[in-house]
Design a binder for this molecule. Structure first.
Ligand code: GLA
Length: 330
């Protein structure tokens, strides 16, 4: 910001005309885009809110955009360019769009950072050239598995009678890391490997999880107890809703999600507990704020952000959700 103020003052000094200050300052304004794959999900709304708030504090503008498919992302970038934006933060709808998105940004001289879902290059490897901030998926997944194992024990469940509904999304690396972490922690705690059933979802939302979960539950009716995990709480909630429709009661189900956003708050606020036992909360406020700050500093001070920032999580249940929410600034 300081650099921009300085250059504005310099121009002012040269023209010597106070009245010229408004348009000259406007020209120097920093504007960034914040493009998300699921604009209706609480996690992403909060990220965009946090970035917008930071912009208000530090004096730059944040343009909130939806990018639910490749076409929409590319037109969002065109739109940002015509508005004079210098860069954007993005959680892409498909990580394989990375090279196309980077090309389009380069054409316009815009800087790009990713949040949550990291781009994959043409070689299928993470694009290390694009600064990224996201969850440490495997570790957070392990926390999910450990939480489930502990609660199974607390309820005195016999492992032989318990099945796992693993709502998977193996196309998305962070999703696979999370479900792998949860699986490993469960196995370590003595979960029966053959009792883990995959329900591959087409997307990362509640309805795709519901659709994936239902047939798996009906095919495996012999189990008395179910545990449910996935890449996020929206998907776990889809699994929990499917378990209710199938006829399981809350005390037969332990669902543990990831995110700690509005979807979980709504569930914990229900009068009676459901099969959604808890969620590993991560600060979407921090994700939105920090990724926007990284990009802003890159634009204004030419300081490239760290290549990869990994964030951690805290268990949130019906008992402590309000406190954790406060602690994480959600
Ligand atoms: C993915 C998921 C989101 C959220 C973020 C957090 O994008 O789809 O629900 O969990 O990761 O990094």
């Amino acid at each position: 910001m300081i650099r921009f103020l300085k250059s504005s003052l310099f121009v002012l000094g040269v023209t010597g005309l106070g009245v010229a200050s408004a348009p000259l300052l406007a020209q120097d304004e920093v504007k960034i885009g914040f493009i998300v794959k699921k604009p209706e999900q609480a996690w992403f709304i909060n990220e965009q809110d946090a970035a917008t708030k930071l912009g208000q504090e530090e004096g730059f503008e944040v343009v909130r955009l939806a990018g639910e498919d490749g076409q929409q992302v590319l037109s969002a970038i065109d739109n940002l360019n015509s508005q004079g934006a210098q860069g954007f933060v993005i959680c892409p709808p498909d990580v394989r769009l990375g090279p196309a998105i980077v090309n389009r940004a380069k054409q316009y001289g815009m800087k790009v950072v990713t949040v949550d879902d990291q781009f994959l290059g043409a070689d299928g490897e993470p694009m290390a050239s694009v600064p990224h901030l996201g969850m440490s998926g495997y570790k957070i997944g392990q926390q999910v598995g450990e939480t489930i194992a502990k609660e199974m024990k607390a309820r005195g469940w016999d492992p032989q009678s318990v099945a796992a509904l693993r709502i998977s999304n193996n196309e998305l690396p962070t999703a696979k890391e999370r479900t792998d972490g949860a699986t490993d922690a469960l196995l370590e705690a003595g979960f029966v490997k053959d009792n883990i059933f995959d329900a591959p979802q087409q997307n990362t939302d509640t309805s795709s999880a519901f659709a994936a979960a239902s047939p798996v539950l009906s095919k495996n009716g012999r189990f008395e107890h179910w545990v449910i995990f996935a890449l996020n709480e929206e998907s776990v909630l889809g699994g929990v809703r499917a378990s209710e429709q199938y006829g399981l009661s809350p005390d037969q189900v332990i669902g543990v999600g990831i995110n700690g956003s509005g979807a979980a708050f709504a569930e914990f606020s229900r009068e009676k507990p459901t099969g959604f036992y808890g969620t590993i909360a991560v600060s979407s406020t921090m994700h939105g704020r920090q990724s926007a700050e990284n990009l802003y500093t890159w634009i204004t001070e030419d300081k490239e952000p760290p290549a990869n920032t990994e964030t951690t999580g805290t268990l949130m249940t019906r008992d402590n959700w309000q406190q954790v929410r406060q602690e994480l600034g959600l």
